[in-house]
Design a protein around this ligand. Sequence first.
Ligand SMILES: [Zn+2]
Length: 216
Amino acid sequence: MRRLLWVVVFAVATVAVANDFFGIPILGEPKDEINAIIQNLIKGEREKASGHFEHLKTTAPKLARKIKLTDFTIPCADCAAGKNAQCEECEGRSTVVDPHALRYLQYKFESALEENQPVESAWAGAIGALNVRKKQVPAREIFQGNILEIGQDAFLMKADDGEIFYLLGCVTDGATIGQYFVGYRWPMPRHSHTYRDETGKPKTAKSYTLNLWWDY
Ligand SMILES: [Zn+2]
């Protein structure tokens, strides 16, 4: 027991030294610590991120108990069919740290704080929104096709197999009709899109998104 205690004390001391060493500023406010965790994960600085998490545990233990570092990861889409020890994308972990997902999390968190929500509910809302998207990650599909129409942040597309679908979350600047596209898309079952075919008849197309980390 005593030995274990020393190990713990040593680990804590190491973190404290590491704080000074890597120049992790003591930010104090829980919202700043959460933002620092996100920012450091985006930059690939896992150690700094866990340093801020450790600090959050001491300054806001109640909030920190509701947070795990794995909350910040998303499922590996390449492993959607099952865990693959040989996966290069996640190195067999089946989860990945994704900068786009983290920016979305930060955006949701910051927006809630700007609405003067307390940090606890801002976090709960932000992680809730991220979790909804996380569930969609494994539904990723590959598509290829041409642009039929250019909308606002969206394209009406014709796939190689003839399927006409609406693709949200696109950067439309510089895009041209007929342009060929290959990419990943995620189904958006609750969004359907109406367009007119060559004869002017209204038709409904299924919607997909090119970017899961985007609010519609
Ligand atoms: Zn994987």
